[in-house]
Design a protein around this ligand. Structure first.
Ligand code: HEC
Length: 288
């Protein structure tokens, strides 16, 4: 056991006297003194036993009660907050309509269902606005009294999807010429059209204006592909539209400013040949 320095023993004794108001603790202190002074094993044993008697003296002493803590004064800002009404009454209707407003707001964030992009998007613009094809054929292609139905595969019966692009070329020719430049009574489109396989003849329904002077070549191509892709669900038309965008951008094909009214389907087909070559390759690689 390490020696306890005298001054610690002295301090301990003074402290005990102060607490107990009793000098009988001097005996313990004395023993402690002895331990502090004497370094003999016997004295050390005495010192070890002495503290055992000390608690007996200290035990009855009441532990001073802890001073009760005074709660800090409530800050005025908190008092003001407690006194205030939680939600003002005028805010209730606003809060009630908040979910409805949120619902409507989210609705405006959704992209329009019919938003087409690229060449098909240009075609939609031509169909509904620039050339107003929709005024005779209806915006969904279902037809009106002024123009026959184009949707639901109808138009692909007249101008079929053919690997050589002839069907599309004939459709483009038709839109450029209309009823009069085709010539009333003259056939257009696939001859397999109709129950008897007689095909269409200009003037069968009415009179459609030609658009050679009103639309650019690109616009006629775009509206043709729009009708095929959107009104007739043709994936081929979407592929071809993407290729037209690509190949005109790269200069692989150069479109004329507009198609003259005396153009033939074969000339249009030749112009689009690189696209159908590429489309055929894409279809082949998709199938393999
Ligand atoms: C003034 C009304 C009118 C407008 C505008 C019009 N068409 Fe037509 N369209 C017709 C009529 C009528 C026919 C039938 C032709 C006939 O009887 O000679 C027709 C036929 C067609 C056909 C052939 C359908 C088939 O199966 O025979 C296509 C394709 C077509 N229109 C596309 C268009 C496009 C594209 C536009 C806009 C660029 C357009 N039309 C604008 C009235 C219109």
């Amino acid at each position: 056991m390490a020696d306890i320095p005298d001054y610690l023993i002295e301090r301990s004794r003074e402290r005990r006297q102060l607490l107990t108001g009793d000098t009988s603790g001097d005996a313990g202190g004395g023993a402690g003194d002895a331990a502090g002074v004497a370094a003999t094993p016997a004295a050390a044993t005495a010192a070890a036993t002495a503290p055992a008697t000390a608690p007996a003296v200290l035990a009855p002493q009441p532990v001073p009660a802890p001073i009760p803590e005074v709660p800090p004064p409530t800050p005025p800002s908190v008092l003001a907050a407690l006194g205030r009404k939680r939600i003002p009454y005028w805010a209730m209707p606003v809060l009630l309509f908040l979910p409805i407003w949120a619902f409507l707001y989210v609705g405006t964030l959704e992209s329009p269902t019919r938003g087409e992009t690229g060449l098909i998007g240009n075609g939609e613009e031509v169909y509904t606005a620039t050339a107003a094809c929709s005024s005779c054929h209806a915006s969904d292609g279902a037809g009106t009294n002024s123009g026959p139905q184009l949707s639901g595969g109808e138009m692909l019966l007249t101008f079929p999807e053919t690997p050589d692009g002839l069907g599309l070329a004939q459709q483009i020719e038709w839109i450029v010429k209309g009823t009069n430049d085709t010539g009333v009574g003259r056939p257009y489109g696939a001859t397999s059209r109709g129950d008897a396989g007689e095909g269409r003849v200009a003037g069968w329904f009415g009179e459609m204006p030609g658009f050679s002077g009103d639309l650019t070549a690109r616009e006629v191509i775009s509206v043709s592909l729009y009708e095929r892709a959107v009104h007739n669900d043709s994936d081929t038309a979407r592929t071809v539209a993407a290729l037209v965008d690509e190949m005109t951008a790269s200069g692989d094909i150069v479109l004329p400013e507009s198609f003259p009214a005396d153009i033939t389907a074969e000339e249009i087909q030749a112009l689009l040949a690189p696209i159908f070559g590429a489309a055929a390759m894409e279809t082949e690689s998709a199938e393999s």
